[in-house]
Design a protein around this ligand. Structure first.
Ligand code: ADP
Length: 262
């Protein structure tokens, strides 16, 4: 009995220690989260000011030599703002604070604009970006969060452009009924690019995960884009997955219940 009593005491002590350690770890995680979101939030305002002032200088400046520098400045600032926004969104999702704001919008027009902006944004003439919409039966105006849909697709199409040197990138949008009779909107982003090795297909959705350091150094990027896409898709109760073959290309699939767009 005495030995049992002793054992119980030591178990209670251990339990207390584990609880204290857990509380400390949770506090540290929360502090990291707060730091990331506060910092990225604070950095956004001056970054927007830098981009705005660069735009004014570009408008006012007639000197070609300076225009080159100003355009470089604008390009880098926008890149930095993109990273800051990704970190901010990521920390918001971690803290379950990312808001889904639904409003009425025209999905087909929205997709046209997205493709056009990427087409003009891509400097590679050997690369074509096209789309194939099969949305017959879908109402002209749908109800959903177009910002989040655009964020996911911009990320996937941006990656497709980054990791493909030539050929045709396709954004396919269609309505499909799945096995349990649920109707869903499926977005597919297909590229004939460098592809992803089979042992990395799962892990690329983890934060800060990149496949090839050498290639990523050229293209830059945070390794947060796909993790962010996955979290947003999950918050829309959808699914994201991919098929890919090295040196042949990749296709990313997103399935979101049609009820979400009502
Ligand atoms: P980032 O592009 O900022 O590095 P992502 O999370 O968007 O981060 O992508 C993670 C990694 O997955 C990329 O660094 C790249 O190695 C790989 N990847 C993503 N999309 C593609 C693609 N379409 N083709 C080849 N590799 C890709």
């Amino acid at each position: 009995y005495a030995r049992k009593e002793e054992h119980n005491k030591s178990l209670l002590l251990k339990n207390k220690e584990v609880t204290i350690a857990k509380d400390k770890a949770l506090k540290a995680a929360k502090a990291k989260e707060n730091f990331l979101s506060t910092m990225s939030h604070e950095l956004r305002t001056p970054m927007n000011a830098i981009i705005g002032i660069t735009n004014i200088l570009l408008d006012e400046n007639k000197c070609d030599n300076q225009k080159i520098h100003l355009n470089n400045l604008k390009f880098s600032s926008k890149g930095l703002l993109h990273v800051i926004n990704e970190v901010l969104d990521f920390s918001k999702i971690e803290a379950a604070k990312l808001q889904i704001i639904k409003k009425e919008f025209n999905l087909q027009e929205n997709l046209d604009c997205l493709i056009n902006s990427l087409r003009y944004g891509s400097a590679n003439n050997n690369l074509k970006v096209i789309q194939d919409q099969q949305l017959a039966g879908l109402k002209h105006l749908v109800f959903g969060d177009n910002k989040r849909v655009n964020q996911i697709l911009t990320n996937l199409l941006g990656n497709a452009i980054k990791f493909t040197s030539e050929g045709c990138i396709v954004l396919r949008t269609k309505i499909e009924e799945n096995t349990d009779n649920r109707v869903q909107i499926v977005f597919e982003v297909e590229d004939p690019g460098i592809g992803i090795p089979s042992d990395k297909l799962e892990s690329i959705f983890e934060s800060f995960s990149q496949v090839n350091n050498e290639i990523n150094r050229i293209h830059q990027g945070t390794g947060l884009g796909l993790a962010l896409c996955k979290k947003i898709v999950l918050s829309l109760e959808g699914e994201i997955f991919l098929t890919s073959e090295e040196n042949k290309g990749s296709t990313f699939f997103i399935e979101i219940d049609k009820k979400y767009f009502k």
